[in-house]
Ligand binder design. Structure first.
Ligand code: ADP
Ligand code: MG
Length: 250
């Protein structure tokens, strides 16, 4: 587990002679082991923010600290990233996709397969080890991507609308599974979504962002026991609060 501090991060993209201000002075203080969600309208800079946290892009100003150390580039093994598209290697089986990061780290075959099998089981895919990505549904492919991200035992897991393209039912089910995995593995999770239901169901805290240039308009704390019921009064109240903020600032 790690803490993540986003300290007054702003970002501008230059496209020819046009400047696009994507983020405006975003500050977040994410605790060790927290399930922290970022929600905001499309184009408000959510992916930009995750890319900055992961060290893939350098902010125009401000900085990110992981466990007190400034992020100056990608930290494979410490920060893992799950994207909206599962980005699996089509010529590799489920087992070899999950073991990929460990293989890159030079972990021996027997050991990486052992670890990969444990994670495949954890994400509910036991029995599918020898299948290829094209033989799996979208939800199952995203489970493989999650297992692959967890395989290197990162302390921070970044997830960018990971269940975005899936239907509502699959998505909420995966969300509930993710809560279970998060409770077992105790990762710090920074989760981006545009779904109010997902945000209210999964998070300890939710940062609601304005439209571009994205800034944080409010941080909502969800005080509700897990596992949560999508229909519980607390979850409904949080959804309504996000909805009102997005209406005002989105
Ligand atoms: P979100 O993930 O919230 O939808 P993004 O972070 O992808 O938003 O994008 C924020 C803004 O920055 C958008 O207006 C987008 O068009 C712009 N943008 C994103 N990436 C680039 C890039 N590589 N070059 C120029 N503009 C970009
Ligand atoms: Mg995005």
């Amino acid at each position: 587990m790690s803490s993540v501090i986003v300290d007054s991060v702003s970002h501008k993209y230059m496209v020819g002679d046009i400047t696009i201000e994507a983020l405006h002075e975003v500050t977040l203080d994410i605790k060790k082991g927290e399930f922290f969600t970022i929600i905001g309208p499309s184009g408000c800079g959510k992916s930009t923010l995750l890319n900055i946290i992961s060290g893939l892009i350098k902010p125009s100003s401000g900085r990110v600290l992981v466990d007190g150390n400034e992020v100056k580039g990608p930290l494979p093994g410490k920060i893992a990233y799950v994207f909206q598209a599962p980005l699996l290697l089509p010529w590799r089986t489920v087992l070899d996709n999950v073991a990929f990061g460990l293989e890159m780290q030079g972990v021996k075959k027997e050991e990486r397969y052992k670890k990969a099998r444990e994670l495949i089981k954890l994400v509910g895919l036991a029995g599918f080890e020898k299948m290829y990505p094209s033989e799996l549904s979208g939800g199952m492919q995203q489970r493989v991507a999650l297992a692959r991200a967890l395989a290197v035992d990162p302390s921070v897991l970044l997830m960018d609308e990971p269940f975005g393209p899936l239907d509502e039912q699959t998505r909420l089910n995966l969300g509930i599974e993710l809560t279970r995995i998060w409770m077992l593995t105790k990762k710090t999770i920074i989760f981006v979504t545009h779904s109010l239901a997902e945000a209210a169901l999964l998070s300890d805290r939710i940062a609601v962002m304005s439209k571009r240039p994205g800034r944080v308009v409010k941080i909502i704390e969800v005080n509700d026991e897990r596992p949560r019921d999508p229909e519980s009064p607390q979850v409904q109240k949080v959804r309504a609060e996000i909805w009102n903020l997005l209406k005002k600032y989105g």
